[in-house]
Design a protein around this ligand. Structure first.
Ligand code: PMT
Length: 407
């Protein structure tokens, strides 16, 4: 699969689980994205959704039997394995993950997975206790170590009535994930702490000072870090985004609250990435009642907020520390100045005076600076840019760990 194109030929494996009802919607969304979809069902899946439904939506006969003489006479299982540009198993049941992890090939779908060199994406769906079970954890770790990409699961209410991790990702999230290039960074075993979004500094009970940050950049970085295998903690200001599934998200409003959340988590963090647009100033006093309108001008006294990034970078046992710089002029000069003053490992600078990039946009461009070097990451959707940024961060992190005294 090329990093820029949506896969054209998707083999969608459906295994037995209540989330199989979402496969119908998923087939439609994948076709809307321009892909041909060949559905392969396990026997158990056919108890949850009929092959007829998926056949009608995909426009292709659904395959399920390994020993089907008619199907083997046409596009046999090896041809099917070669045809697929990528394989997506959604939902992937605990049983199917276990069979895949052990290389079993006792039905058509598991045989295809074994016989194909196409990238494999797994969207697990199961009860939360089954998901947390050491056997499932070990199977997933084994599959990930062999190059499979796990998409989700998400957290929330489950069909069994419980609440927790185990829901299949929504079809739109799966389509988005297939459109994102695979990440080449390896952050397995590491914890990445990220700030995202704006802060709100209250003036009175109904008004606040804030900025245009949507959180898109920070949430994309969280998603990319998680895709690289990291445990991700996202400290987020108020935004209208759902955190990537599996990411621990701590919601805050004020800079002081963001600082407290970061300081409570930073001890265990290997990497800190400050994408948040933290308000630099806050009202020196917050009125307890709504400030009344008068005919005259109103003056506000503002005081500086704590500089979270500088505080983390000054810790004696600090994580690998990455700042952002939002600039409207002399970007390189101001960003480099911030990097030196705050003693950062890397700083990612972006221009925020160009409509369509920076704040509250889907696209962005970054120039990343470090001691003695820089790299431009050209304009692209934030989801892709975040992948490139996390790859660069991982490269510098691993280099600094290999040679701790080198810049
Ligand atoms: O959220 P989006 O709409 O996707 O927009 C993305 C973005 C433009 C907000 C993002 O790409 C970005 O530039 N984030 C940093 C914004 C910013 O506040 O830049 P700054 O140059 O003012 O701050 C420098 C660094 O210090 C930043 O890493 C910031 O998180 C950090 N900081 C700033 C002030 C403060 N009190 N505490 C901090 O930690």
């Amino acid at each position: 699969m090329t990093p820029t194109a949506f896969p054209q030929r998707i083999l969608l494996g459906v295994t037995g689980g209540i989330a199989a009802y979402k496969s119908a919607e998923l087939v439609r969304r994948l076709r809307d994205a321009g892909a041909e979809v060949q559905v392969v069902m396990t026997d158990a899946a056919t108890a949850f959704i009929t092959p007829m439904t998926l056949q009608a939506l995909s426009g292709r006969p659904v395959r399920s039997g390994l020993m089907d003489p008619q199907a083997e006479a046409a596009m046999g299982h090896i041809e099917l394995a070669r045809w697929a540009e990528c394989i997506l198993i959604a939902p992937a049941s605990a049983d199917f993950l276990a069979r895949l992890a052990h290389g079993l090939a006792n039905d058509l779908l598991s045989t295809l997975c074994l016989a194909s060199e196409a990238p494999l994406f797994l969207a697990p769906a199961m009860n939360r206790v089954m998901w947390q079970h050491p056997a499932t954890r070990a199977n997933c770790a084994l599959l990930a170590s062999r190059g499979a990409t796990l998409l989700g699961p998400a957290e929330g209410g489950q069909a069994c009535g419980e609440t927790g991790l185990g829901r299949m990702l929504e079809p739109n999230d799966l389509v988005r994930a297939l459109a994102t290039p695979p990440i080449r960074a390896d952050l397995r075993g590491l914890t990445v702490l990220i700030t995202a979004g704006p802060t709100r500094e209250p003036l009175d009970p109904v008004r606040f000072l804030t900025n245009r940050s949507s959180g898109k950049m920070g949430y994309a970085v969280a998603h990319a870090a998680q895709a690289a295998g990291a445990r991700v903690i996202l400290v987020s200001g108020p935004v209208h985004l759902d955190p990537p599934p599996g990411v621990t998200c701590l919601r805050v409003e004020r800079a002081e609250e963001m600082r407290a959340a970061v300081m409570a988590q930073v001890d265990g963090a290997d990497v800190f990435i400050a994408t948040a647009a933290v308000a630099d100033y806050r009202p020196a006093a917050q009125a307890t009642g709504k400030i009344k309108k008068t005919d005259g001008a109103l003056s506000l006294i503002l005081e500086p907020t704590p500089d979270i990034l500088a505080e983390v970078a000054a810790l004696p046992q600090r994580p690998f520390t990455v700042g952002f710089a939002a600039e409207t002029e002399r970007m390189a000069e101001y960003a480099e100045d911030k990097r030196r003053r705050k003693n950062l490992d890397l700083i990612a600078a972006n221009r925020v005076d160009d409509r369509g990039m920076g704040f509250d946009s889907d696209d962005n461009a970054l120039t990343v600076f470090w001691e003695g070097g820089s790299q431009a990451l050209p304009r692209q959707p934030k989801t892709r840019l975040a992948v490139a940024l996390v790859e660069l961060i991982a490269e510098h992190l691993h280099r600094s760990r290999a040679a701790p005294d080198q810049p």
